[in-house]
Design a protein around this ligand. Structure first.
Ligand code: PEP
Ligand code: MG
Length: 601
């Protein structure tokens, strides 16, 4: 890639100076084409006084605009269902509910009547107030949902002004925008756009999820890109590395066109793997499961051939609906739906993993949050969070295979204390005659070195292990996983990390319990043969990576993995070993190295 960067010094075919910008690649693939700068037309609605006798008419106008917005959303839901399936449309079903939300609809009507103002101004004021509250929240989930609210607000206002509703863009362009809504991306995809680059957004925003489901290359978090790109500029959008090259020279364009063709061929080839088992050449079957965190991602399970959910991060589902925590009943409905869709595959619900870089309830702040009040430590202290979640998971467990996974375990006493809570929760459900599966397997994340080092003792206490290399790496190497300054030191393939993985698989094998690996290391394709060689028999990753991982598995022998693992464990230099692995990949699983730099969460 360095080669392309130097080429950027030369000028582009139409003489404009080339430059490149980095963001977060949230949907892999390469798009090449002209930019279309999409500016959300937001109307600042002026305040108008409405005469007393016209107020009723103003309320009727509002009601009619809401009905039209509902009609739009029904259309968008139909398109989404057709293109992406049932689950993906739930984003817009939630928007439909907001339209009639008790906190919004009657408040707007009241505002029109009590302030004697025009409907548009009332909508802007009332919804704007709710949006601002969401934008100021500590919760990433709520901040992103504020976008949904803006979408609805603008939809109603445009209908009140009889404006155009369609998100119009030029066909065959790469859309560059400050931010996009889920509805925008659905409508744009119908116009055949090539990809998206936005100033804002994160990997878990609805737009990113939609982009992945639509296989639309996308890069987000490109702060300020809308100020640097003009409509018509030639762009190369690399959703794998999270890069945008603006006005590239001929040579760079040609190189990326070749890459684009290669990538398309790889995807085509991947599709043929969908129904084939993840089995090594010498007949060892590996389980491939998905890491999910939103119900809108459930359609990806079938699309990428996941055998169940190896890690369901519950943080997002729990921090919904404008509250820090949803009720047991709301959680139950959500979990039941997840289990239903994943079944007959299993669903592994991880107990709420707050703290670290994820928001804490009650706005608590710490100097050293990754070493502080986090994961199971919070949950054991706050039974009012733990018990409703546990009850909801247990109740969902009768709808399909369900497992419970504990985050951030460091000592045996935590497991034992949790088991006491589990038993008393089960007893309470039995007394209330509420059905649940009493044999639901209980597992722990192996993400703190103490657990890997004492894995033999933990293996006697639990039913399965799930290795979380994201945290394991930061704790064993003393490198903050989110700090750019030390990112170079954060190495998931460090021999020390691999040694801890080996200790864990060995203890699990001895105790006869399953062990899977659900950290991002599973998506590092050069590591896959080594991981299998270390005794990992199940990998869980973001679904878009599963077919590429399967390709690597089907190209290797377990015996080869074991030999590579041996070398990796004894190597003092991870860098040298990575080169060996890259050569191995090129030789055996031609093409997969394409995905190596991907940074999709
Ligand atoms: C991990 O630590 O590897 C893991 C999978 O959990 P999270 O990324 O949610 O901390
Ligand atoms: Mg973790």
């Amino acid at each position: 890639m360095a080669r392309h960067r130097t080429e950027l010094q030369e000028s582009s075919p139409d003489g404009k100076p080339p430059f490149h910008r980095k963001g977060i690649g949230v949907s892999p693939g390469i798009a090449i084409g002209p930019a279309y700068l999409y500016a959300r037309i937001s109307f600042e609605v002026e305040k108008r006084s409405i005469d007393d006798d016209k107020l009723e008419f103003e309320v009727t106008r509002f009601e009619s605009a809401v009905r039209k917005a509902e009609r739009d959303l029904h259309k968008i839901i139909d398109v989404t269902r057709e293109k992406l399936g049932e689950e993906s449309s739930s984003i817009f079903e939630a928007q439909l509910l907001i339209l009639r939300d008790e906190a919004v609809y009657p408040e707007v009507v009241k505002y029109i009547q009590s302030h004697e103002v025009n409907a548009g101004y009332a909508v802007q004021t009332v919804m704007g107030k709710h949006r601002q509250m969401m934008e100021a929240s500590d919760s990433e989930y709520l901040r992103e949902r504020a976008n949904d609210l803006l979408d609805i607000q603008e939809r109603i206002v445009r209908h009140l002004r009889r404006g155009r509703i369609l998100s119009a863009v030029e066909e065959e362009t790469i859309v560059v925008a400050e931010s996009l809504t889920a509805a925008d991306i659905i409508l744009f995809s119908r116009r055949g756009i090539l990809g998206c680059a936005t100033d804002f957004g994160g990997p878990t925003s609805h737009v990113s999820i939609m982009a992945r489901a639509l296989a639309l290359p996308s890069v987000v978090s490109m702060h300020g890109i809308t100020g640097e790109v003009q409509t018509g500029d030639m762009l190369i959008l690399d959703g794998i590395k999270g890069e945008l090259i603006v006005n590239p020279d001929e040579e760079t364009l040609a190189a990326y066109r070749t890459m684009q063709e290669r990538y398309a061929r790889l995807l085509q080839r991947d599709k043929q793997l969908l129904h084939l088992p993840a089995e090594t050449l010498d007949g060892h079957r590996i389980q491939l499961q998905a890491n999910l965190e939103l119900k809108e991602e459930l359609d990806l399970l079938a699309a990428y051939g996941a055998e169940g959910i190896g890690l369901f991060r519950t943080e997002m589902l729990l921090l919904m609906e404008g509250k820090v925590l949803v009720t047991e009943e709301e959680q139950f409905e959500n979990y039941k739906n997840v289990v239903d869709v994943a079944s007959p595959g299993e669903t592994t619900f991880r107990i709420l993993d707050l703290g670290g870089d994820k928001m804490l309830p009650m706005g608590h702040r710490e100097h050293n949050p990754f070493l502080g009040w986090r994961g199971i430590r919070i949950m054991l202290d706050k039974k009012d969070l733990l018990i409703p979640q546990l009850r909801a998971i247990l109740r969902a467990s009768i709808f399909g295979p369900t497992r419970i996974l504990l985050p951030m375990i460091t000592s045996l006493s935590e497991v034992r204390e949790f088991k006491e809570v589990l038993t008393s929760t089960m007893n309470a459900l039995t007394e209330e005659e509420i059905p649940f599966n009493p044999d639901v397997p209980l597992g722990i994340m192996v993400e703190v070195p103490s657990v890997a080092l004492m894995a033999d003792l933990f293996a006697k206490e639990v039913d399965f292990f799930s290795i979380g290399t994201n945290d394991l790496t930061q704790y064993v190497l003393a490198v903050d996983r989110g700090n750019d300054l030390v990112a170079e030191l954060y190495d998931e393939m460090h021999p020390a990390v691999l040694k801890l993985i080996k200790l864990t698989t060995k203890a699990a094998a001895k105790a006869g319990i399953p062990v899977s690996l659900c950290g991002e290391l599973a998506t590092n394709l050069r590591a896959v043969p080594v991981l299998l060689g270390l005794g990992i028999t199940s990998l869980s990753a973001s679904p878009i990576y599963l077919l590429a991982i399967k390709r690597v598995i089907r190209a290797m022998k377990l015996s080869e993995g074991e030999a590579l693992a041996k070398r990796a464990l004894s190597s003092s230099d991870a860098e040298e070993f990575k080169e060996i692995m890259d050569n191995w990949l090129d030789k055996h699983a031609c093409g997969v190295s394409f995905f190596l730099e991907g940074n999709v969460a």
